[in-house]
Design a protein around this ligand. Structure first.
Ligand code: SAH
Length: 224
């Protein structure tokens, strides 16, 4: 940043995000559309001001209600694994901060996202509206049940770890659908899975990598 340019502080987040994109490329993430969506999405808007300095770094950070915003590499990897073309209707389970929702919204037709904490959902709704993302619908509910009124979905992404693949969600995936989700023990190492519904209706399961997510907890949260 040139000294005395006058708008240095305004440009800093953009520079930090460009650096983040370079870091993701260095880690092997080469999907140009996903990288562009990351570059267009100010992660700083989705984190607590206390973490502003780390907002555009490739690391997970705490958010309210004891939850986390995933590291951008994981967001990018999961988004890439969904094989989006721009035409899909996507269900997201676990809105959290809304960051993953925002990245998805730039790459598909529409996103329906479910969050069990009402306050997280409400905060995410404000952030997404402030970014002008209008192809997003949020619901306070139990994402283990999916979103029956909006099903079927072309894609499903679960951003909390399930003990096993939720059958209800498979039932809400349309023909040729793809679901990305972490599966495994709470607070342990989980497998990031891609489940694809093949033409004959059979399920194909692939393990993409090992990850650590907060658990998928059945039911709406009683507080906040
Ligand atoms: N994608 C989020 C990550 C949030 S962490 C982001 O980018 O910030 C996972 C989220 O899943 C948490 O907010 C948690 O409250 C939510 N979650 C866990 N179990 C859930 C359930 N059964 N239904 C809906 N949301 C759930």
């Amino acid at each position: 940043m040139a000294a005395g340019s006058g708008n240095g502080s305004d440009n800093e987040p953009t520079v930090a995000r460009a650096r983040l994109v370079l870091d993701l490329r260095a880690r092997g993430l080469m999907d140009a559309d996903v990288l562009k969506a990351i570059e267009q999405t100010p992660r700083i808007d989705f984190v607590d001001p206390a973490y502003a300095a780390q907002a555009e770094q490739d690391r997970a950070l705490p958010i309210a209600c004891g939850q986390t915003i995933s590291e951008p590499f994981i967001v990018a990897t999961m988004t890439h694994a969904l094989k989006l073309t721009g035409r899909e209707k996507v269900l997201e389970v676990g809105t959290g901060s809304g960051y993953q929702t925002a990245v998805l919204a730039r790459l598909c037709r529409c996103v329906c996202s479910v969050e069990r904490y009402r306050s997280l959902m409400q905060d995410a709704e404000k952030r997404l509206a402030a970014l002008g993302l209008t192809n997003v619908s949020l619901m306070h509910g139990d994402g283990c049940l999916g979103w029956e009124g909006e099903a079927p979905f072309d894609r499903i992404i679960v951003t909390a770890a399930a003990r096993e693949i939720p059958e209800t969600l498979i039932g809400q995936l349309g023909p040729g659908g793809i679901m990305i989700l972490p599966v495994g023990p709470d607070n342990g190492v989980q497998r990031l899975l891609r489940v694809t519904i093949k033409d004959d209706g059979a399920l194909r399961e692939e393990t993409l990598m090992h990850v650590r997510f907060v658990p998928l907890v059945p039911g709406k949260a009683i507080f906040s």
